[in-house]
Design a protein around this ligand. Structure first.
Ligand SMILES: *[C@@H]1O[C@H](CO)[C@@H](O)[C@H](O)[C@H]1NC(C)=O
Ligand SMILES: *[C@@H]1O[C@H](CO)[C@@H](O)[C@H](O)[C@H]1NC(C)=O
Ligand SMILES: *[C@@H]1O[C@H](CO)[C@@H](O)[C@H](O)[C@H]1NC(C)=O
Length: 373
């Protein structure tokens, strides 16, 4: 933050403080008036001086501490078509609070969760008890005879990992046909993925769902623009999904053929190939400090740097351990057992730390918002 920006903010803050001290100030000025009969304009001058002194005190005694939670170094609020965007300038977080939280909540997220019939009582139960119901619409994709309102049974594709790409292509076609007007973004996740839906919506709110785009944990491998880890969950914008079906599938650009480097036709790689062929760009999912929001392994693996070797060369962005492993507004972890899902969900949603949010809540800017490829 520039010094001028700080000054502007602290002036704002201390003028509020001064009006808060109104009674005290008028008592002081009455005191002076009674005993010295000071003229009105001089008293006003006194008040202005007092405010300036308070401002200077804030500047010299850690304005960052006093206002860090209330200010951001970038962002004037621009309202376009009901979307608020944050651009370069200084704003007070207070101005953003109410309106942008409502805007973020209004981002419509359709979640599709790949699963299997045998995992209904365990994995599906944990996902359904936690994050799936926070999506605006959610579907479990499987191949079973069980009928449930949130089951999308794909009965003509075998229920094994070698046919995931065929399965997901059927799902995308169904969504395109039946739900195109009901979502801004579609999330594809697995039944061992944990998603913080609110943080995902916060990131997506920065982008425009009417523009093609997709994001997630970015692997720089197999596809020239890379692809997004399937297990960490990835998100396609409404326009991106349309382009994928209308240009990619219907235009014959997304045929599933054997590749030497990926003979199994992995779902995430094939989807990446198809999105690239359909002209859907990769968008950044990093936070403003360059930390990852989506994670292809569990929190503890990322935190302790206990990850398989391949990931360090495959990952598009540098993998970091320790606190820098994960964005404040973290979005996903993978390979989560049902117990781990319930454990993390409990810590995030049902416990808190006293006084934690007095400073620094919902500070902007939060993410690196840009087109990557
Ligand atoms: C979003 O993108 C669409 C299509 O390019 C455009 O018409 C619209 O103005 C954009 N909305 C915002 C808020 O930028
Ligand atoms: C915002 O500010 C940063 C740093 O001052 C600059 O690099 C970037 O280009 C600016 N972005 C826009 C959209 O003006
Ligand atoms: C998931 O939870 C919702 C209620 O939030 C319920 O209506 C639905 O039937 C559940 N789905 C499964 C598969 O248990």
């Amino acid at each position: 933050m520039t010094r001028m920006a700080r000054l502007r903010l602290s002036l704002l803050g201390s003028s509020r403080k001064c009006s808060g001290f109104g009674r005290l100030m008028s008592e002081i000025s009455e005191y002076f008036a009674r005993f010295r009969q000071i003229k009105v304009h001089v008293r006003t001058l006194f008040l202005v001086l007092a405010c300036s002194v308070i401002t200077l005190l804030y500047l010299t005694h850690g304005v960052t501490n006093s206002f860090a939670g209330l200010s951001v170094s970038a962002g004037s609020v621009v309202q376009r078509n009901g979307h608020i965007r944050v651009e370069n300038e200084t704003v007070s977080r207070r101005k953003l609070d109410k309106s942008y939280i409502d805007e973020v909540k209004r981002v419509r997220l359709l979640c599709i969760i790949l699963t299997m019939e045998k995992d209904i009582p365990t994995k599906v139960a944990a996902v359904n008890q936690t994050w799936a119901s926070r999506c605006d619409i959610h579907f479990y994709v499987l191949n079973s005879k069980i009928r449930k309102s949130d089951f999308l049974n794909i009965n003509d594709v075998p229920d094994d990992r070698f046919h995931l790409v065929h399965k997901i292509q059927e799902v995308y076609k169904i969504i395109h046909k039946l739900y195109l007007n009901d979502f801004d973004y579609v999330l594809k996740a697995d039944d061992d993925t944990y998603i913080v839906v609110e943080n995902l919506k916060f990131l997506l709110w920065h982008y425009n769902s009417s523009e093609p785009g997709y994001l997630g944990f970015h692997f720089n491998k197999f596809v020239s623009s890379g692809y997004m880890s399937g297990g960490a969950g990835y998100v396609i914008s409404n326009r991106g999904l349309r382009n994928m079906i209308e240009r990619g599938y219907n235009g014959g650009l997304c045929l599933i053929v054997k590749h030497n480097d990926d003979p199994e036709n992995s779902e995430d790689i094939e989807t990446g190939r198809c999105l690239e062929a359909s002209g859907v760009p990769v968008l950044s999912s990093l936070d403003v400090e360059g930390r990852e929001t989506f994670h292809p392994y569990q929190l503890e693996k990322h935190l302790f740097g206990n990850l398989p070797g391949y990931i360090y060369s495959w990952a598009k962005n540098p993998i970091e351990k320790g606190a820098r492993c994960c964005a404040k507004y973290v979005i996903s972890f993978h390979y989560m057992t049902p117990d781990a899902i319930l454990f993390v969900d409990h810590l995030l949603y049902y416990t808190d730390v006293f006084s934690k949010h007095l400073n620094g809540e919902n500070t902007l800017p939060a993410f690196k918002i840009e087109r990557v490829k």
